[in-house]
Design a protein around this ligand. Sequence first.
Ligand code: CTP
Length: 411
Amino acid sequence: MSELTYMPLDTSLSQRRILLGVSGGIAAYKSCELVRRLRDLGAQVRVVMTESARHFVGTTTFQALSGQIVHTSLWDTQAEAAMGHIELARWAQRILVAPASADVLARLAHGHADDLLSTLCLVSTAPLYLAAAMNQQMWAHAAVQANVNTLRARGVHVLGPAEGGQACGEIGAGRMLEPQVLRDVLVSSFAEGALTDLRVVVSAGPTFEDIDAVRFIGNRSSGKMGFSVAQAAAEAGAQVSLVAGPVSLPTPVGVVQRVDVRSAEQMHSAVLDACAQADIYIAAAAVGDYRPLARSDCKLKKKSGAEVELTLTENPDILASLAAQPKPPFLVGFAAETHDVENYARVKLKCKGMDMIVANQVGERLGFDAPDNALNLYWADGSMELPRNDKLNLARQLIVQVAARYQMVRT
Ligand code: CTP
């Protein structure tokens, strides 16, 4: 161990104090590299290992990599003499548990304090990041998902898991995010973003309006633009809640809460709930304007030779409902148009009481499932063009403009 001669390659985490919790999982070996990568950026890293973590990697490895004594127990007098556990909790500016096993998620969700890591997580006020890693069936289990939802609702950042092949030979969502991704999350968590301390709700994807047990009316929205907007808002420091229509996209890193819905009515109530505490609402979802007046619980049968009529009734307008509230959040709507884009966008901006509208032209090869897009932003007394780019880069540019308009209008 050569603590005195260790030179960081970069100083973007210089003076940052990161407590790395390692729990029992095969991904613990990747956390060794994570320590190295964090220290390469100048971070001070102290490692806490659970008892099961030590079945996968020894304390000596983390001690050599971090240059610090490794903490393993509430009752370890040697480690306590170096830094007591309360002092250690206060020392940490960020706590990252990587890997965070299903057991760790359960214990943290329920506030256990019977080992060093869980106690530290309760004592510390530092933002908590959990890099989930487990067998894909475990991750999908309702008990684990309930714990994840509890933690996210409390503001804990549950990161991943990633999809792919697992050490157990199965394929699915369960792998720990790669060390460089976790390192980048910590780097960006220290960067003061344009939306720091703001609560942002993003809606994304289509809605499906059921006709019967197997048929529905939907639209071609892929959800990619809305998910990119949620990611960009989280990167800019916002606390992001994402209300997603039926899409199979992974939750972007940094999003603290995700609510999955199917119909416009469900999206309406989920967005109104989430917006009760929000500063900004970005409506990127393609909400169905109408739903069948009656939904059949059974599959409707074909009546050969007969014409069939479907009666539709109007769905609630989410943006307009929010605009009608006494203190609405800053409202950003989207408009996908096939023609006459500015004219239609400006009419919607006014009629729905939005603060800003993001318009794009859609057609056979544009918008929807395409990886890139081009946007035009309009607000009451101005406009701006964001030229063709991939959806994430566009979303990042959009967030800069939303933050600027928000600061101008609301602060
Ligand atoms: N929107 C909404 N609630 C609805 C329908 C739309 O909040 N019931 C929001 C969308 O999320 C989007 C904006 O309103 O941000 C514009 O959606 P769009 O479908 O283009 O507008 P409509 O008013 O439905 O107009 P039209 O379909 O006639 O173009």
